[in-house]
Write a new protein. Structure first.
Length: 275
């Protein structure tokens, strides 16, 4: 019984530690910021990438419709919201710069979340180069991974999608933190992010068709925005939670030796999680 009580006590300390970390990160506010920035930045970027021939030339609107199996008012509203006019398919230099600038605003929001989770100093504008590198990563992911996954049989495609998601969420904090945290330390965070996003994707496939359809019928195109924004808020919650738990699990086994870096400890006296 003594061993059982000790295990329960350790579990309670760990749970309290994770909760404290989530509260330190202001999980609700931070999730809303990440989700809102994703809506204003990532969706325009993905529309641009689709118009440039990514995903086999499939438009962003058709991708959303196919992903959630939309029809009727929901599909019509998505087309009206995200389809470019037939006589205006070019992308101006100014428009491309605006999209990149807005996407960098999202990378900075995500970067600040990871920096707070890992107790690192803010880089601010000095992290712009890493943000641009991440834009290249997400562009490659969007262009290649979904198309490749669709060509694989169902079980293999699911496994490949999960592995690709893991790699994306391993590379994302590694790049946005400017390699200040070793990639091995980011494995728990990446695994939690991939699992959480997969579960969210399954839930979205059930929730989104009805939500988008009913919102479109009631509010028109703005209803589609409401539904997608709620999904992005949920995605932000997953990423913030994964960062909090992943860093809580890993930080005690890594000891900063200089400002702004996280490196392996030189001794075995690292504190236990929750201590």
């Amino acid at each position: 019984m003594t061993g059982g009580h000790a295990a329960v006590a350790r579990l309670a300390r760990s749970g309290r530690g994770v909760l404290e970390r989530l509260l330190e990160l202001e999980i609700i506010d931070r999730s809303l910021v990440v989700g809102a920035q994703a809506f204003s930045a990532l969706i325009p970027l993905l529309i641009v990438l689709s118009s440039l021939g990514a995903r086999g030339g499939e438009s962003f609107a058709n991708g959303v419709i196919d992903r959630f199996g939309l029809s009727g008012a929901g599909a019509d509203a998505v087309h009206r919201t995200f389809d470019a006019p037939a006589d205006d398919t070019t992308i101006t230099l100014l428009g491309g710069l605006v999209v990149v600038y807005s996407t960098l605003a999202f990378t900075r929001a995500l970067q600040r979340t990871f920096e707070r989770a890992w107790d690192l100093p803010r880089r601010g504008m000095k992290g712009t180069g890493w943000g641009l590198l991440w834009i290249g990563v997400i562009a490659a992911y969007w262009a290649v991974v979904p198309v490749a996954g669709d060509d694989l049989p169902s079980p293999l495609g699911t496994a490949a999608a999960l592995a690709a998601s893991f790699l994306l969420w391993l590379v994302t904090p590694y790049v946005l933190l400017a390699r200040r945290v070793p990639w091995r330390a980011l494995v728990p965070q990446a695994a939690l992010s991939a699992i959480g996003m997969t579960i969210l994707g399954i839930g979205a496939a059930i929730y989104a068709p009805r939500a988008i359809g009913s919102s479109a019928s009631e509010f028109g195109v703005i209803g589609v925005a409401f539904a997608l924004l709620s999904l992005l808020w949920a995605a932000g919650f997953v990423l913030v939670t994964a960062a909090a738990i992943g860093s809580y699990i890993t930080v005690p086994t890594w000891r900063p030796v200089s400002p702004g870096s996280v490196t392996p400890p030189s001794s075995s006296t690292s504190p236990a999680p929750g201590s």
